[in-house]
Design a protein around this ligand. Structure first.
Ligand code: PLP
Length: 468
């Protein structure tokens, strides 16, 4: 198949491309028959492949053979409907098609001038998301001082946001060594990493209230202590939907503190933020107009395969001040125009893929209503599972959740909790995560959100839990 063809030829793409789509569609059609997690020893996949790159062209058929025989057995299947581990990492046919078109077009959207449609589609799709997620209108690039950009990961967005916070503080002559970042002890590790990479020496991970939200009193107290020591409170990262147990920081109480203390306020809504397409799953929208930046991951729970992070700033000026440098070879008649976006000025990287295509295809080919229906069904399934756990004498539910994440432990203790998770994961068709609370006690974390997960999958999960 295509062995003799020039790999640059469109005909090669046509022939092998049809075979690739058939192969993928077949695989996805039987994904629930595959073991959900990979059972390979470290190094086994590599050892099964040649040590040296080929001198002569190989056919696509040979590549498919290796995919079937070596690569797929070494994969963990996030698209399996029994996927309840971590968070969802959904792909979908529209997203796959968007990736394919983006790769095939192969454009570089670093500036408006290097591919105007890539820039304008990205800004439009992010403005659509502002509307769909109920975010402040002023974050739309067409109407407000703010605007959105697609990045690779939420971690990059948080890092970028902290760089802007640092630059703002430095513009006020604060020494970098004295700047302090605040977040809760349940914040994602990307906050610490982003702060470290941005050059912050002080990161305070503060206590939460019993529901897992950052305790506003702890924030106020920490700021007072730091000021008394001559340090400079600089940034707050709040979380909407923590990784561990889906907790919600009390933005309504944190926003006034951040405002009065002059903190840059970034909100990490990596997972839960996508669910804001359902109005009943939004929280504290009334104070959002007073935060500085916000991130969510369509690559978690909006049917768009990794990587696709949506990052907004309430005012794009400070971001551009921190990120834009225009060497002469990038200067052209549009670079200095205010009405033209050059996305290379919105992040660290220069070159950029046409990532908005896949999000555009997802939004168009699903339509908002269908996405809401799927998410609402997952919320219903999560409540149903939580009810069953609550009524089971041997299990203890860890608090209600705003979103479809159910956390529980065994009444009999830590060993039994771990044994339940191990038994579920041994089933080969279900995957859950064991996490630990701040005191080191394990709990089972069930994230319902794989695009094709339905009642039958949750029933299978429940049967495996109770059998254990
Ligand atoms: N923030 C939260 C709350 C998360 O749950 C995660 C990942 O699960 C991240 C950030 C990191 O996301 P990314 O992998 O896009 O950097």
């Amino acid at each position: 198949m295509g062995h003799q063809r020039d790999p640059r030829s469109p005909e090669q793409l046509r022939e092998a491309g049809h075979a690739a789509v058939d192969w993928l569609a077949d695989l996805l059609g039987r994904i629930d028959e595959l073991p959900i997690t990979a059972h390979v020893e470290p190094g086994a996949v590599r050892a099964a492949l040649p040590d040296h790159p080929p001198e002569q062209p190989e056919s696509f058929a040979q590549v498919l053979e290796d995919l079937d025989g070596i690569i797929v057995p070494g994969l963990t299947h996030w698209q399996h409907p029994g996927w309840f581990a971590f968070f969802p990492g959904n792909s979908s046919p529209p997203s796959v098609l968007g990736e394919l078109l983006s790769a095939g077009l192969g454009v570089q959207g670093m500036s408006w001038a290097t591919s105007p449609a890539a820039t304008e589609l990205e800004s439009l799709v992010l403005d659509w998301l502002v509307e769909l997620l109920g975010l402040p209108r002023t974050w739309r690039v067409d109407t407000g001082p703010g605007g959105g950009v697609i990045l690779g990961t939420a971690s990059e967005a948080t890092h970028t946001s902290l760089v802007v916070a640092r630059e703002q503080a430095r513009a006020r002559d604060a020494p970098t060594d004295d700047l302090v970042v605040y977040a809760s002890v349940e914040a994602h590790s990307s906050v610490q990493k982003g702060a470290r990479v941005a050059g912050f020496h002080h990161v305070r991970l503060l206590a939460t209230t019993p529901d897992g939200g950052l305790d506003p009193a702890a924030l106020a107290a920490a700021i007072a202590v730091d000021r008394a020591q001559g340090l400079v409170p600089t940034a707050l990262v709040s979380c909407v939907g923590t990784t561990g147990r889906g907790a919600l920081d009390p933005l309504d109480q944190l926003v006034p503190i951040a405002r009065s203390e002059g903190l840059w306020h970034h909100v990490d809504a990596a997972w839960a933020g996508t669910m804001w397409i359902c109005p009943e799953l939004r929280h504290h929208t009334e104070v959002l107009g007073s935060v500085d930046s916000w991130v969510t991951n369509p690559h978690k729970y909006l049917f768009t395969n990794v990587d696709c992070t949506a990052f907004w700033v309430a005012d794009r000026r400070p971001l551009l001040d921190a990120m834009s440098i225009t060497p002469s070879y990038l200067r052209n008649e549009t670079t200095d125009r205010d009405d033209v976006i050059d996305y290379r000025d919105w992040h660290v990287g220069l070159g950029r893929r046409f990532r908005s295509l896949k999000l555009w295809l997802v939004l168009r080919m699903f339509g908002a209503e269908q996405m809401r229906t799927i998410l609402r069904e997952h919320v219903r399934l999560a409540r149903d599972l939580a009810d069953r756990i609550e009524q089971h004498a041997g299990l203890e539910l860890m608090g209600p959740s705003h979103w479809p994440l159910v956390c529980f432990r065994a009444v009999a203790g830590d060993d039994r909790t771990r044994a339940i998770a191990a038994a579920v994961n041994a089933s080969e068709s279900l995957a859950v995560t064991v996490a630990e609370d701040v005191d080191g006690h394990p709990y089972v974390r069930v994230s319902i959100g794989q695009a094709n997960t339905g009642q039958a999958d949750v029933d299978r999960l429940w049967a495996a839990i109770t059998a254990a």
